[in-house]
Design a protein around this ligand. Sequence first.
Ligand SMILES: [Zn+2]
Length: 340
Amino acid sequence: MSQRTTTPRAELHTHLGGAVDPVIMWTIAHRQGIRLPVKDYWDFEDMITMGPDKKNEGLDDMDKKYYHLTELIQSSPEAMEEAVHSVIGGGYRKCNLVLQELRFSPMKRNRTGERDLDFIMLAALWGMRRATIEYPQVSAGLIIALDRTFTPAQNAITLEKAIRYKADGIVGVDILGPDRDTFSMEDHAPLLSRARKAGLGLTVHAGETGNVEELRYVVRHIRPERIGHGLAAVRDTKLMKDMVKQGIVLELCPTSNLRNSVVKDVEELRTIIRTFVDNGVKFTINTDGPEMYKTSVLKEEEFLLANDIMNEAELARCMHWAFEAAFVKRKESGKTGKKK
Ligand SMILES: [Zn+2]
């Protein structure tokens, strides 16, 4: 179905590992000679997607079951080019996404050092470039993810490369991955301030699960422009006030939170979102990974409307904030691909 009549939309929080159509992943895997654990396409699709019938026990569970395989399949320059290209074009065709920021962890795609990180990143950038030439209406940028499972020294290597390729379309830096006792946000603060000084946008996955102390640290000391999820703030009015004062925008991903058991049920999700609305916290609606969760920005909006969590005017305001908070600025409408 053509989405040309749909109001233009922006999506800021999508992980490449959960964003590529399973059909494309199936072909990429075969072309690279990856021995898959299943031989029937439908079993494969079932393995890398999560419909409403599935629930994970938490983020570690999700990482093990889904991302492990999708990241392996995406672990080559050829795969990265194809994957990024498909997501940006697909977002425009399916949801009229005229602005998309896509994130990934390069160090999770180099087969533990066998592949060259520079080529992984350059291939991703070239895939993005190809997509924005084919779809000149779309503005796109890549967010490079540092990872909680890596040491500050390893993450510093990734960061330097993100800075090196800034002019080619890297727009921001994130820290993501399941909670680890070995991870320290404090130890990563110098890296994030280096990213900021280099002119990259900052978004940090924090407060997705219950760790409110870390979220407080992020808000007060890292001071990123955006935070991935940030749900733990609902229990701390002062923290929400600080976020409002600093103009921090949350990237919410409702379906992902439910599927990963981060939020118990629709009732809890409603309470969280209404608390943010009532406290004036700015947020955007995202998928986290449209193909993995079998959703889209449009479906997320429909879901929030159908469950009386948000109304049309509130959703339109969130979309406005998404364009405003984007690290990549939107091309002027009507123009075809030329940068301002
Ligand atoms: Zn995320």
